[in-house]
Design a binder for this molecule. Structure first.
Ligand code: R5P
Length: 296
């Protein structure tokens, strides 16, 4: 209750100091509004500037894939170890406890399945529902060069506009069909288009040749997908290379949740991403944590 008891006049106005503003630490994000920056800062650790996002949205076109048959059983224990969770609204509402403090990157497009053309997507979440779910970002798949390129770019621009109205950033996800090469030329084209059309951060694949040019030419933070399941050391090497060549983190799914010891693997990935640990030392960490926690 407002009252008039013992009101004290201000005494120290620090007149010798200019206002303490700061340059926002994420690439290309300094001109964003406070709410956008605050949400991005929930996803990208301000200490390292990096993120380990756990991607578990695969069911939106793959159904119950290996490792995601029961998100409530296999994924919930991993959530505290991730910086953010990339997930559909259905899986979030049904399977993730709302007590989690972790930011949600909400899968916001869909409309196809593995049985049909993958690029045939539409916007699958209303912005009001994203606000209701307290989403920290919206994820939109864009298929550059795919049969539905035009529509998926339209999805991105519409979601960016809707998110901008509410201070919610958009993740542009560069989807690739089987026929498209994941080389630097293609990934550079796809990631740059996403950023130019307003994505606040972009998810793409790592490529062995020229990834540093892809990252340099993308004016917003770039995170990499893990892709198909690899041996653990190879996945850690890929994460290490991507970070060394300019990625701001990973948005990894199968290489964590299809791993024999997912909790150990995500900790090893964190060591690479946040601490710059070498893949070999991170793999040692994976093995030692696996010995303690087993197949969790
Ligand atoms: C794919 O369309 C989904 O958006 C996944 O989130 C993405 O592919 C990342 O998962 P993974 O590391 O398994 O490739």
């Amino acid at each position: 209750m407002a009252d008039l008891d013992e009101i004290q006049d201000g005494k120290n106005y620090h007149l010798d100091k200019p206002h303490q503003g700061s340059f926002f630490y994420l690439k290309g994000s300094n001109s964003l509004d406070w709410g956008m920056k605050n949400r991005l800062a929930r996803i990208f650790n301000p200490a390292s500037g990096k993120t380990v996002m756990l991607a578990v949205d695969h069911g939106y076109f793959q159904g119950p894939t290996t490792g995601l048959e029961r998100i409530d059983v296999t994924i919930v224990p991993l959530v505290p170890l991730a910086d953010a969770l990339m997930i559909t609204r259905g899986a979030l509402r049904t399977s993730i406890p709302p007590e989690t403090p972790k930011p949600v990157v909400l899968r916001s497009t869909g409309g196809q399945s593995i049985l049909k053309e993958l690029s045939n997507e539409l916007i699958a979440v209303d912005i009001e529902d994203a606000v209701r779910l307290n989403a920290s970002a919206l994820a939109v798949q864009v298929y550059i060069g795919g049969p539905h390129e035009h529509e998926t770019i339209g999805n991105l621009t519409k979601v960016v506009d809707a998110g901008n109205r509410h201070g919610i950033p958009t993740l542009g996800v560069t989807g690739v069909g089987k026929e498209l090469a994941r080389d630097a030329k293609y990934l550079g084209l796809a990631t740059r288009i996403c950023a130019e059309l307003g994505a606040h951060f972009v998810k793409t694949y790592y490529c062995e040749k020229g990834f540093s040019r892809v990252a340099a030419a993308c004016p917003v933070p770039l995170v990499i997908a893990g892709g198909k399941k690899l041996p653990e050391l190879d996945a850690l090497k890929m994460a290490y290379q991507a970070i060394s060549e300019g990625a701001a983190g990973v948005d990894m799914g199968r290489n964590i949740f299809q791993c024999e010891a997912p909790a150990a693997m995500i900790q090893a990935v964190r060591a690479v991403v946040h601490e710059g640990e070498t893949p070999e030392k991170a793999f040692d960490l994976y093995q030692s944590v696996k010995e303690v926690v087993g197949a969790q």
